[in-house]
Write a protein that binds this ligand. Structure first.
Ligand code: NAD
Ligand code: IPM
Ligand code: MN
Length: 361
């Protein structure tokens, strides 16, 4: 993928619930950062998720996927909600199809405890201080995509089936992403599986070990997912890069929100093949918050920083946004999920003000 230098063509799929609220905040911050970097932002909005089902009868309309494929980058808010939980097409299917359609097989989910923000975690500050983990979650395989899948039969004898399947090439490519990332960090990879029970995990372990031989300067540790889930809370600083399959990655990254105190601040970026990257905060549509103006925009804003770094190679602009984030995290205002009384708007305004006053690096 070429790196745009003068114009960023961005497809925004804001989706459902708080998706449009946090996406609006992130695009304002992105615009401010790009203005500073002399890059023009061209935004086109497209439908996805429940909103798309209600409007055109499909969770991923063809024009959305076509536009996403042709964009420099894609920004997702969130999909799903109780309105679409009662049968029929699911909003989440649209997101899965978008990930697959973009060839986004690796999902980078950094979890960093900002200095001074340790107090937001329900864990003891001394346990989480300085924790800095990069989860590399496999995103287009495993139980999410394995077939057969479904419920068949009639009550009371219905049966549900899901299939977990991984091929060697799928494991190799995501493992390489993790090892390459570790090389730029603290040179440690923890690979998480359930090799004591699952065949796919035994293959996963073998293939990851083989890939490790290509990276002799990076240390590899294999962990079973159950005990890893505990170690993540007891000693998060023991981990640098964590690579794992789709379903474990989904669960463990939500768990890791306990290190920072809320899901509302975790960013992510999905990609790996030649297509544009998909930027998506880790959190969902938060139906309990939708329309109330109090959703935390920091996860979406941190996701915009990832876009500046990965799709535009503008480390300077990414760092400027992250500096503003760290400042607001430490000084407020903060939304209620972090114990504050701020709103999406006041937090976003504080980031924009900090960005405007920050000294360019
Ligand atoms: P959720 O992530 O929406 O919410 C979990 C908890 O975190 C809730 O208490 C919520 O209030 C809080 N939270 C989430 N984002 C927040 C934010 N920005 N600011 C403050 N608090 C925030 O998960 P859920 O409730 O289990 O799922 C709701 C819907 O979202 C489901 O339909 C699910 O499928 C969907 N979902 C979508 C995505 C996505 O589109 N990327 C991700 C996860 C869940
Ligand atoms: C996430 C979400 C999605 C996932 C859902 C909405 C399909 O939970 O991005 O973490 O499970 O991948
Ligand atoms: Mn999830």
């Amino acid at each position: 993928m070429s790196v745009p230098t003068t114009t960023l063509k961005l497809v925004v799929v804001a989706g459902d619930g708080i998706g449009p609220e946090v996406t609006g905040a992130a695009i304002r911050v992105l615009q401010a950062a790009l203005d500073r970097g002399g890059i023009t932002l061209e935004v086109v909005h497209h439908l996805i998720g429940g909103t798309a089902i209600d409007t055109v009868g499909s969770s991923l309309p063809a024009p959305t996927l076509a536009a996403a494929r042709a964009a420099d980058a894609v920004f997702l808010g969130a999909v799903g909600g109780p309105a679409w939980d009662h049968g029929g097409e699911r909003p989440e299917a649209g997101l899965l199809a978008l990930r697959r359609g973009l060839g986004a097989f690796s999902n980078l989910r950094p979890v960093r405890v900002w200095p001074g923000a340790e107090g937001h975690s329900p864990l003891r500050p001394e346990r989480v201080r300085g924790a800095d983990i990069l989860f590399v979650r496999e995103l287009t395989g495993g139980a999410y995509f394995g077939r057969p899948q479904g419920v068949a039969g009639i009550r009371p004898r219905r049966r549900g089936v899901d299939t977990i399947e991984y091929g060697e090439a799928e494991i190799q490519r995501v493992a390489r992403v993790a090892f390459a990332a570790a090389r730029r960090r603290r040179k440690r990879v923890a690979s998480v599986d359930k090799a004591n029970v699952l065949a796919t995990s035994r293959l996963w372990r073998e293939v990851v070990s083989e890939v490790a031989e290509e990276f002799p300067d990076v240390a590899l540790e294999h962990c079973l997912v159950d005990s890893f889930a505990l170690r993540l809370l007891l000693d998060p600083r023991a981990f640098d890069v964590v690579v794992t399959e789709n379903l474990f990655g989904d669960i463990l990254t939500d768990e890791s929100a306990a290190l920072v105190g809320t899901l509302g601040v975790l960013p992510s970026a999905s990609g790996g093949s030649d297509g544009p990257w998909l930027y998506e905060p880790v959190h969902g549509s938060a139906p309990d918050l939708a329309g109330r103006g109090i959703a935390n925009p920091l996860g979406a804003i941190a996701t915009a920083a990832m876009l500046l770094r990965l799709s535009l190679a503008r480390e300077d602009l990414a760092a400027a946004v992250e500096d503003a984030l760290a400042f607001v995290f430490a000084n407020g205002p903060l939304t209620p999920d972090l114990g504050g009384s701020g709103s999406t708007e006041t937090v976003t305004a504080a980031i924009l003000a900090q960005l405007a006053s920050g000294v360019p690096r």
